[in-house]
Design a protein around this ligand. Structure first.
Ligand code: GLT
Ligand code: MN
Ligand code: MN
Length: 390
């Protein structure tokens, strides 16, 4: 077993200013940790070690009402912190959910002025991200939704969403920013119902854009779990369509409020299959930990939280490697019909009148097929033992 779980830049691990900088506020209580400046957050990530980059919403870096002079001073401090820690900015995004102006949505607000303001704010945030070298642009429509269906026409809302994304894709192209857009779904919270609630919905939406070559998804573990779905299957669909442009790693118990727990802390087996999927399929984008430390943590524990997120990923990557080369696993896979998980002789070939006629004529031994062994209990138990280091 590999014991070295030290991350390096090549692992492409990133954190958001809003994640490690989370001061512990929740709907029932105020901050439990001091608020840090963006530069202080970068220093904390430098201390964690091995982090490639830091991501931000426009207003994580520059408060919405900052003056030009204040903005310039913050940027200067932030840039200096990036230089002394060797971190870079990988992804940028827009806060289209915090300010009261977005109380009924941004791109899908019923108020045309608010829709225009949301696009204007996003263009400016894209300028800011590009100024710091971000090459991925995330769009999370947290307020795009409703509490009551009396409030919005959901078809019109999708059209509005589409118009906004088309506009911003055009802006990025004209400015030569080269952003890859990664749209992030979530089923609810903060809205009662959020439009485009899952990865599947978004993948279908993306196909409707004028030019979707630069638009993919940013799935988040917690969000698919909130919808009661298997996250790896959602990611698989994005990989299969070559649309996995970014990923938000964290954890979340099914059926609970939005928890944003440390990656792998709640469902390590699901996290294992996710890491195995990403590694087996050669995902080489950023791995962003969109989570925050428990409200009980102090600064030192936040550093442990950041290190723990990366170490867990690396431990699971190592476990995936061991799984793939494990003799027991190999033996069990070889026992599967057709000798493994992929491929298989005898399956229907591509349709033609000939292949159809041949298949139509073929005879099958139903009982013999039904009697074939599928030792999935043994395979799963071996997986558990590999995870337990046995
Ligand atoms: C917010 C949300 C996240 C999104 C962020 C990007 S903001 O924290 O819960 O899932 O990724 O806007
Ligand atoms: Mn979340
Ligand atoms: Mn997220």
């Amino acid at each position: 077993m590999t014991h070295d779980l030290t991350p390096s830049k090549a692992d492409k691990f990133t954190f958001g200013l809003w994640t490690v900088g989370n001061p512990g506020r929740d709907p029932f209580g105020s901050e439990t940790r001091p608020t840090m400046t963006p530069a202080e957050i970068v220093d904390l990530l430098g201390e964690a070690g091995g982090v490639l980059g830091v991501n931000f919403h426009d207003n994580d870096l520059i408060p919405i009402d900052a003056t030009e002079a204040e903005a310039a001073a913050i940027k200067k401090d932030f840039r200096a912190a990036l230089e002394r820690t060797g971190l870079r900015v990988c992804m940028a995004t827009t806060n289209l959910f915090g300010d009261p102006v977005f109380k009924d949505g941004a791109f899908t607000s019923n108020d045309a002025d608010v829709r225009a303001y949301a696009v204007h704010k996003t263009m400016r945030a894209m300028d800011l991200g590009a100024e710091f070298g971000a090459d991925v642009y995330v769009m999370w429509g947290g307020r795009e939704g409703c509490e009551t269906d009396a409030a919005k026409d959901p078809v019109e809302s999708l059209q509005r969403y589409r118009d906004a994304v088309n506009f911003l894709v055009g802006y990025s192209a004209d400015k030569g920013y080269g952003y890859k857009f990664a749209l992030e779904p979530k089923p609810n919270e903060p809205r009662g119902h959020i439009f485009l609630p899952t990865v599947g919905h978004l993948l279908s939406f993306i196909q409707t854009l004028d030019d979707h070559s630069k638009v993919g998804v940013n799935p988040e573990v917690a969000h698919e779990h909130m919808a009661g779905l298997n996250f790896s299957h959602a990611v698989a669909m994005a990989l299969w369509q070559k649309k996995l442009f970014h990923i938000d790693l964290n954890d979340q118990a099914y059926g609970r409020y939005d928890q944003d727990f440390r990656f792998g802390s709640e469902s390590p087996k699901a996290a294992f299959f996710l890491v195995k999927l990403l590694e087996d399929h050669g995902y080489d984008g950023y791995k962003h930990f969109d989570s925050h430390a428990y409200r009980t943590s102090d600064r030192a524990d936040v550093v442990e939280f950041a290190r723990g997120s990366m170490r867990t990923y690396l431990a699971l990557k190592d476990a995936a490697k061991r799984w793939n080369s494990d003799e027991t696993v190999k033996k069990l896979l070889a026992e599967l019909p057709q000798g493994g998980l992929t491929g298989g002789e005898g399956a229907p070939a591509k349709y033609s009148l000939q292949t159809a006629q041949a298949l139509r004529k073929r005879s099958f031994d139903r009982e013999a097929m039904a009697a074939r062994r599928l030792p999935y209990e043994a395979l799963d138990q071996r997986t558990i033992e590999i995870l337990m280091g046995r």
